[in-house]
Write a protein that binds this ligand. Structure first.
Ligand SMILES: *[C@@H]1O[C@H](CO)[C@@H](O)[C@H](O)[C@H]1NC(C)=O
Ligand SMILES: *[C@@H]1O[C@H](CO)[C@@H](O)[C@H](O)[C@H]1NC(C)=O
Length: 421
């Protein structure tokens, strides 16, 4: 009995020491952070309401030169004009775009009013809005709010000693605060940044919002992680499925501000396995015309909105009516970095959509970029019996989905010197 007590005491002492050490480390980090202007501290409450803090006007004109924008005819034709809310909003924005008086000089932010009144207006514009799933309310409320503050930035992510040395491939991984392990597995495997083949610069960033007020507050841990690994971007909005198009929009903006010269972007989820070497090999062999207009992955053609209110991808008829454009499955896809300025610009004329990969498809189509099918992207995964087989993965670019342990194992096996395929 006594021995047991002693043991418990030792354990307790040891763990309080560990905790003490951990928290003093956190304090350290906090101090360091205060010195680093680039990391803004998290606001005190987790319930920041965007509506109240984006009312204030930001810059009146965008700070960078953007190329002239044209919006493709097929996009305009293929999204029918009808009574659905989103369709009406799109065509109204397109009319604004066409009245040239409105598209030059003016800040596109002016078209969106992030105010409670806008939400009231939206509600009166959709007759059966009371029948929408509860989360749609939050989505509709956020539709006009496009400027959440950036809380944690990595302004040096794309800097390199040598100016000509531009980033060849940037992994931009959608993650959420609590997915620490997934991010770590990616860092240790396919998302490892650095110089590949002595000349190809690869970088990784994780795109995060904030956990909801109902979840444990992970702000401190996320700050610590950002400090350790310098690869987190955190915006002040609630990280939820319906906010993924907002994440897309702010990511485009971040790229223009911080990483404008990147050859290719891989946009994907944190539960995929990507084969970095195969992706690099593929990108190196592209023809010049593909290099500047790439949008590729597993392309979903001829999809339509799903009308079953019980499923995640439900889109009410009074919200959107029409086909979806061909779009790359959001688990992971590739596109040309030089499209970023146009993507950012065009996203001001395409209302936010509840499904982010469909939204992406719309943006690319609006720019006249064709989605090209690439059979190496397996966003619906591969045969069960092949899932641990490194040889099968050698020629694939992406499989969805893998947990952190599987990712580590697969990576190790694929890079084993013993491997003979
Ligand atoms: C410019 O856009 C506003 C709406 O934002 C509209 O009321 C106005 O008529 C447009 N001007 C022209 C010249 O089309
Ligand atoms: C999106 O984020 C905003 C700001 O945090 C929040 O008010 C809104 O509820 C979120 N939307 C969804 C659908 O979670």
């Amino acid at each position: 009995m006594k021995k047991k007590h002693l043991k418990l005491l030792v354990i307790a002492l040891a763990s309080s020491f560990c905790l003490f050490f951990f928290f003093s480390k956190l304090k350290d980090v906090e101090h360091k952070q205060r010195d680093l202007a680039k990391i803004t501290s998290f606001p005190d409450t987790t319930t920041t309401v965007v509506i109240s803090n984006t009312k204030k006007k930001t810059k009146s004109v965008m700070p960078y030169e953007l190329p002239p924008l044209t919006i493709s005819e097929t996009f305009r034709k293929d999204i029918p004009k009808n009574g659905a809310f989103w369709n009406r909003k799109l065509h109204s924005l397109l009319r604004q775009f066409d009245s040239t008086a409105n598209q030059t000089e003016k800040d596109p932010h002016d078209k969106f009013l992030c105010q409670p009144e806008s939400f009231e207006l939206i509600k009166t514009n959709i007759q059966d809005v009371h029948l929408y799933p509860p989360l749609y309310g939050d989505f509709l409320r956020g539709m006009e709010c496009r400027d959440p503050p950036l809380l944690i930035n990595q302004p040096d992510k794309c800097a390199s000693e040598n100016k000509e040395d531009k980033i060849f491939l940037l992994f931009a991984i959608k993650s959420i605060p609590r997915n620490f392990e997934r991010r770590q597995a990616i860092r240790e495997t396919w998302g490892r940044g650095g110089l590949y083949e002595k000349r190809l610069q690869v970088r990784t960033v994780f795109l995060l919002g904030r956990s909801s007020a109902d979840d444990p507050n992970l702000d401190k841990l996320v700050s610590f992680e950002a400090q350790q690994f310098q690869d987190l971007l955190v915006w002040d909005f609630q990280d939820s499925f319906y906010n993924l198009t907002l994440k897309e929009h702010v990511f485009f903006k971040w790229m223009l501000d911080n990483c404008p010269h990147v050859s290719f972007v891989f946009k994907g989820d944190d539960d995929v396995f990507a084969n970095t070497q195969a992706i690099l090999n593929h990108l190196k062999t592209l023809e010049p015309e593909q290099v500047t207009a790439l949008y590729t992955g597993q392309i979903i053609f001829n999809a339509n909105p799903l009308r079953d209110p019980k499923i995640k991808y439900y889109v009410p008829q009074s919200f959107y009516e029409g086909p979806y454009p061909p779009y790359a499955g959001g688990g992971g896809f590739l596109f040309s970095g030089n499209l970023l300025p146009s993507l950012y610009q065009v996203s001001f004329y395409i209302p936010f959509f509840p499904i982010d990969d469909v939204y992406n498809g719309m943006c690319f189509k609006a720019l006249g970029i064709t989605a090209t099918q690439n059979d190496g992207f397996k966003t619906f995964d591969i045969r069960e019996e092949d899932r641990e087989n490194p040889c099968v993965h050698k020629d694939l670019f992406l499989v969805h989905q893998r947990d952190p342990g599987q990712t580590i194992r697969l990576w190790r096996n694929m890079h084993s010197t013993m491997l003979t395929c």
